[in-house]
Ligand binder design. Structure first.
Ligand code: DP6
Length: 323
């Protein structure tokens, strides 16, 4: 009863920020994202152990920090009594630094655990299960451009375009190493409780989603750039106006944003988005990706650059599934 699955992180262009049901982890707003190709997390799940409790290793080392969330996720996949599991996670990018590592981790975890237990759920069910552990993880079950609709009792997901339909690229500029001080889950609940702008954020999200959806349908880069930057800055202004405030950015974040705006004014097709961390994600057309990567790598304080095209949803590694 073991299995292995791989998933990539996704980057939201219209953000999930706020929960309508904390217990079920239901998002208060819809969101729209792109699934990446070249950053990945693989999860091995082995229920065939004699151990009495679950164990978790991350990149080859025992790491208990995420163990409680992983165990709760496995409970939901099993839906009743289950044997203890040994879970091993491997990623090729920094964990918990605002690079959506929980999205790829929980997407891969539900796919691997479902197969190891022989449940054979469909993609939507797996996405809902992943989303109940981490809202953004639901989107990593799908390839390319993905829209998540926030229903009252459950989320729905829609594939808007495949990677080959609009092969954008993402350049990630690492603006700081290390883990974020406040988790995104905690930060969004603080925004909901204390930011005077939260209500307006909820009310306006359908307009941003509609604008992004039509930009994707028309492959209109400028329209997508406009709505994605606006939506990202709105989300961060909720954090800045929370009490106490949450500021994930540093000066390198701002320098990267300026570099991206400057490149766009000079005709490059690129825009930024930033999640719950200081890292800047530059989304661009393929022809401009080298120039964008070069300029961000040369920006003061940038520690590293990662690049990715758009890729597939979470999937099993069939040869590794043993029951
Ligand atoms: C800023 O999915 O990490 O990346 O459901 O509490 O685990 P939880 O939150 P999480 O939040 C992601 C927030 C974001 C925006 C996004 O990905 O849509």
């Amino acid at each position: 009863m073991r299995s292995s699955a791989t998933a990539q992180p996704n980057i939201a262009l219209v953000k999930y920020w706020g929960k309508s049901d904390i217990e079920k982890n239901l998002p208060a707003v819809g969101s729209l994202s792109i699934t990446l190709a070249d950053l990945w997390t693989t999860m091995d799940v082995d229920f065939a152990t004699d151990a009495r409790t679950d164990t978790l290793s991350v990149n080859g080392r025992t790491d208990d920090r995420m163990l409680a969330r992983v165990s709760r996720c496995l409970d939901r996949v099993a839906g009743g009594r289950r044997p203890a599991a040994a879970v091993a996670s491997r990623s090729n990018f920094p964990i918990a630094a605002g690079l959506a590592s929980s999205a790829s981790a929980f997407a891969a975890l539900v796919v691997a655990a479902d197969a190891a237990l022989g449940r054979g759920r469909d993609r939507l069910d797996l996405a809902r299960l992943a989303g109940s552990s981490s809202g953004s993880a639901a989107r990593s079950l799908y390839a390319g451009f993905v829209e998540l609709e926030a229903g009252e009792d459950a989320v729905a997901l829609r594939q808007l375009a495949m990677p080959a339909d609009w092969p954008l690229e993402v350049v990630v500029a690492l603006a700081a190493a290390g883990e974020k001080p406040v988790s995104s889950g905690e930060a969004m609940m603080r925004s909901a409780d204390t930011s005077p702008f939260y209500r307006r954020w909820i009310d306006d999200q359908p307009d941003d989603l509609a604008a992004a959806r039509s930009a994707v349908a028309a492959r209109d880069f400028d329209a997508l750039a406009a709505v994605a930057e606006h939506n990202c800055l709105k989300m961060h202004s909720l954090m800045w106006t929370s009490r106490p405030p949450i500021v994930y950015w540093n000066q390198v974040t701002l320098l990267c944003m300026q570099a991206i705006r400057d490149m766009r004014e000079r005709g490059r097709r690129v825009f930024f988005t930033i999640d719950a961390g200081p890292q800047v994600k530059a989304v661009c057309v393929r022809d401009d990706a080298d120039a964008v990567a070069e300029r961000l790598a040369a920006t003061d304080g940038v520690l590293d650059i990662m690049r990715s095209g758009l890729g597939d949803g979470a999937r099993l590694t069939p040869t590794e599934c043993v029951r």
